[in-house]
Design a protein around this ligand. Structure first.
Ligand code: AMP
Length: 282
């Protein structure tokens, strides 16, 4: 596997693949890779000839009180993991390489669906994501890009942006990779103390219980409140527990397929998860 840190180097490394019209699959990440990221790379390997992974901790998607400075940076270990799963090219640019010294005058802003869920507690976050992903798409010029369903709202934002701007690539969503006890894998899980790590699977357990209640006819608002109560009793500080359609339209009752969304803090780390609940009319 090659590693490139500059756009020029990346272009040189991809020149022959582009010339031979090989399909390029792209997996953007912030590094500190785990099985969730690797499942995206494996999916990309299945569908594309050449797989490019980027590792870039993007400063403009972090709020002033968020963990940009402390975000885990583990490039050495990451590059071994990527080589093992057959990634062809790792692009690991510096902030200088991505943003230069000039004042950036352009942002990519997706409206509406960025105002809810994580958009409420992380103002500007999705502008930062949409902007860096657009830049990375233009740099890598992939045929297909792969994103995790763990960040469902992010996936919807990228899909909307790609459609609205006619970006010439396909977006593929990859299911959430979980630990054996159900906790959605995340780079932020590393911040959990041992005790918090034991409590953390309560999020997924409460989502599964909610799904069962909904499918047995329980009222949506009661089910959402039950999740909140369960999480609060387990020591979580809730950011949101909400339901929307898969395309993030609001829902009042369970009369179509819905998604349940949770964001909650356990001590410092903020964890997110989601679950699709299929509506099965009787
Ligand atoms: P990040 O490095 O956190 O920006 O994540 C990079 C990509 O990996 C995003 O598309 C995430 O949605 C995806 N990802 C992170 N964790 C998981 C997971 N547990 N399962 C599936 N995809 C994931």
């Amino acid at each position: 596997m090659k590693t490139e840190t500059t756009i020029q180097g990346l272009n040189a490394a991809l020149a022959s693949a582009r010339l031979a019209r090989k399909t390029i699959g792209f997996v953007p990440t912030m590094g500190n890779l785990h099985e969730g990221h690797l499942s995206l790379v494996r999916e990309a390997k299945k569908l594309c000839d050449v797989v490019v992974v980027s590792i870039f901790v993007n400063p403009i998607q972090f709020g002033p009180n968020e963990d940009y400075d402390n975000y885990p940076r583990t490039l050495e270990a990451d590059s071994h993991l990527l080589a093992d799963v057959g990634c062809d090219l790792l692009f690991a640019p510096t902030v200088q390489q991505m943003y230069g010294d000039h004042v950036r005058k352009t942002s990519v802003v997706v409206s509406g669906i960025t105002d809810l869920l994580c958009g409420q507690s992380r103002p500007g976050h999705f502008d930062g994501v949409a902007t860096v992903v657009t830049k990375l798409f233009n740099i890598v010029q992939p045929n297909t890009a792969f994103f995790g369903q763990k960040d469902w709202q992010q996936l919807e934002v990228i899909r909307a942006m790609t459609r609205d701007l006619n970006l010439p690539l396909d977006i593929v969503g990859v299911p959430i990779a979980r630990a054996e006890d159900g906790l959605a894998l995340s780079s932020r899980n590393g911040y959990l103390t041992e005790q918090q790590r034991q409590q953390a699977p309560v999020i997924y357990q409460s989502l599964l219980a909610a799904k069962q209640s909904l499918q047995s006819g329980e009222d949506l608002s009661v089910v959402l409140q039950n999740i909140r109560d369960t999480l609060q009793q387990a020591g979580f500080e809730i950011d949101y527990v909400e339901a929307y359609t898969p395309h993030l339209q609001s829902v009042q009752q369970f009369n179509q397929d819905i998604m349940l969304f949770v964001a909650a803090k356990l001590g410092q780390p903020r964890l997110i998860d989601n679950l699709l609940v299929k509506y099965i009319p009787n």
